[in-house]
Design a protein around this ligand. Structure first.
Ligand code: G6P
Length: 610
């Protein structure tokens, strides 16, 4: 999603700005741009292609300067077109641009501000809410950019992270944030701004995380931060070693394929040689919190939400603690009945998802102070906002469709289940040992499932010509069916829906014909016989069943029933193993259809707007 980089230095900063954009590229964007201060004027290049093309444009047009800002845009207001790409300029009269500005987030009162600024004589060149901020800053500018930005932000409603510079103050960049992340990177007689420390990796590891309401003044030899009330504040400096590696594709065609095959390692890293279960795995004071809480509320979006749905089955059956799972964007606007004895768990790969962060803040505002996050980025806002945390060690995930982040989230959630069960006195030492043994074997078990790839590729060729698919699962495999359907629609653009198999006869059975592949997750569990009956309902109506069946389910290949046998039955951890073939099926179907697997249309990796 949208990314920001800014710099004030005494050397040409365009390579730093463009390199920063490249590091943020994997999050998804549809246009990009850069602006610098050069020879007393503002110069800019914008593109609806990739950052590499922007780089060529910058070289061709000899754009270089000591001060500048850059941006990757994911369209919200206005189509993905060059005139809507950031940076936006403002300044009365043609050719006299004075202010350059980039923005992440959404300004909710942009219509009202636009009308006001139009009345003041500003002409708008784009459909964006961002251009409104550029004109507002220009309108309020009276020789001091820092002052103008503080005044402007007081007028903004919504979420934003902005970076601004001004023609008349060549060695200054001003930033501000409210609801969208923004960090400052400290250098030697040069300073930087970015929406994520990752963008500055290789340039500086000295990072300040700005807080909501902060406005920062970046100059060559100093930075100055004020809070929402304009009071000077000191924000701590962190040394951040951002892991940027894993960018090499190696033998793989796409990052998604690479990340699917990295799962044994990612799960092993997430388990970190844990020798015994203890609440302290989730942070100091976790035992007291787990003792005190009597229910769990899980908040997340997308794939992370499905991890939460799976965890509900585990926590309720093993730890005997009631669990609610809510889509973050719904929870934050719903009237709920809060309880101070709730453990609020957020799940997020990025730790930046705007809806999940807002839902967390909303829960806290309702008096729920016991917060825990399962997150893949140790330095993210989510980790900083929660009292307790468990960091999954999936490594950087580049493919927009989440794979290894999901299975590592499930691994961490299983550990949480065991820690809760232990604290509640319902986990015997023998059971703990048995569960830990299963967890330790998980990487090997995943590797065995990955070996099914050739069989799955053969199925994918048949799926490639379909336009619809159904996914069925029961119990704790129902959320896995949801995740399988999401993977297929995200990257192959085939319409896919998931149902708990028992619900089929209440509607979706009407869709079943021989043109409808029905993917079925068939573990050997207590619901197997029920599932077999549901499969018969499909078979009897000419539906084509594609079944991932555990070895001992006795489901056989026959006319209209295609079976791939899973190498082993994995009990409570079975949802993790059954995820893998669904990822491979989606991946190879998308390859067969020739879609942009790592950057599916319209989607972003890190969704920092509401
Ligand atoms: C986007 C991504 C998904 C992800 C979701 C939640 O939609 O494309 O892959 O599941 O955001 O992201 P999070 O970083 O909070 O897990």
């Amino acid at each position: 999603m949208c990314g920001i980089v800014g710099a004030v230095a005494q050397r040409d900063i365009t390579p730093i700005l463009l390199e920063g954009l490249k590091r943020l590229e994997y999050r998804g964007y549809d246009s990009c741009g850069v602006a610098v201060h050069a020879d007393g004027a503002l110069k800019r290049a914008r593109s609806t292609e990739r950052v590499a093309q922007l780089q060529e444009q910058v070289a061709k047009e000899h754009i270089a300067g000591f001060t500048g800002i850059a941006h990757t845009r994911w369209a919200t207001h206005g189509a993905p077109a060059t005139h809507n790409a950031h940076p936006h300029f403002s300044g009365h009269g043609k050719g006299s641009a004075r202010i350059a500005l980039v923005h992440n987030g959404i300004i909710e009162n942009h219509d009202e501000l636009r009308a006001e600024l139009q009345a003041a004589g500003y002409a708008f060149e784009s459909q964006t809410d961002t251009e409104v901020i550029a004109h507002l800053v220009d309108h309020l500018y009276n020789g001091d950019l820092f002052e103008a930005v503080q005044q402007a932000t007081r007028r903004l409603e919504g979420a934003y992270a902005i970076a601004v510079f001004c023609r008349d103050e060549p060695h200054r960049v001003v930033g501000a944030r409210q609801g969208s992340p923004l960090v400052v990177g400290l250098g030697k007689s040069e300073n930087f701004l970015a929406s994520d420390a990752l963008a500055l990796a290789g340039t500086t590891d000295q990072i300040i995380y700005l807080e909501d309401g902060d406005v920062v003044d970046l100059q060559l030899a100093r930075i100055w931060v004020v809070d929402h009330a304009g009071r000077p504040v000191e924000r701590p400096v962190h040394t951040v070693h951002v892991h940027t590696g894993a960018a090499e594709l190696g033998p793989y065609r796409h990052y998604m394929q690479k990340e699917i095959f990295e799962q044994p390692r990612a799960v092993a890293d997430t388990l970190q040689d844990i020798e015994s279960i203890t609440p302290e795995l989730f942070g100091d004071g976790a035992y007291r919190v787990f003792k005190e809480i009597d229910n769990v509320l899980i908040l997340a979006c997308g794939t992370s939400y499905y991890a939460g749905l799976t965890a509900r089955y585990w926590i309720e059956s093993l730890a005997k603690v009631p669990v609610n799972v809510e889509i973050a964007s719904e929870y934050r606007y719903r009237d709920t009945v809060p309880s101070p004895t709730t453990l609020v768990v957020t799940i997020s790969q990025s730790g930046e998802t705007a809806d999940t962060l807002a839902a967390l803040k909303h829960a806290r505002s309702l008096g729920m102070e016991h917060t825990l996050t399962i997150c893949n980025v140790a330095t993210s806002a989510m980790v900083r906002e929660c009292k307790l945390s468990y960091i999954t060690r999936a490594g950087v995930e580049i493919g927009v469709a989440s794979t290894k982040a999901f299975t590592t989230q499930l691994t961490a959630l299983f550990l949480l289940t065991l820690a809760l069960a232990q604290t509640k006195g319902v986990l015997s030492p023998a059971r703990e040992e048995e569960m830990l043994k299963s967890l330790r074997h998980l990487p090997v078990a995943i590797a065995a499932v990955l070996a099914l790839e050739p069989q799955i590729m053969a199925w994918a060729d048949r799926f490639a010509s379909k336009e619809n698919a159904l996914f069925l699962g029961r119990g704790m495999h129902y959320p896995i069916a949801l995740e399988g359907a999401l993977k297929l629609k995200e990257i192959s653009y085939i319409h896919a829906e998931a149902y708990p198999a028992g619900e089929l006869k209440h509607g979706p059975l009407a869709l079943v014909t021989d043109a409808m592949p029905v993917v079925t997750i068939a573990p050997r569990d207590e619901l197997l016989e029920k599932l077999k009956s549901n499969m018969q309902e499909v078979h009897a109506r000419g539906g084509e069943l594609y079944v991932f069946a555990d070895a001992d389910t006795k489901i056989m290949n026959s006319d209209g029933i295609h079976v791939i046998r899973m190498p082993e039955n994995y009990g409570k951890l079975s949802p993790i193993l059954h995820t893998i073939p669904l990822q491979l099926l989606a991946y190879h179907t998308a390859c067969a259809r020739g879609t942009d697997v790592d950057k599916p249309r319209n989607l972003a990796k890190s969704v920092t707007v509401e």
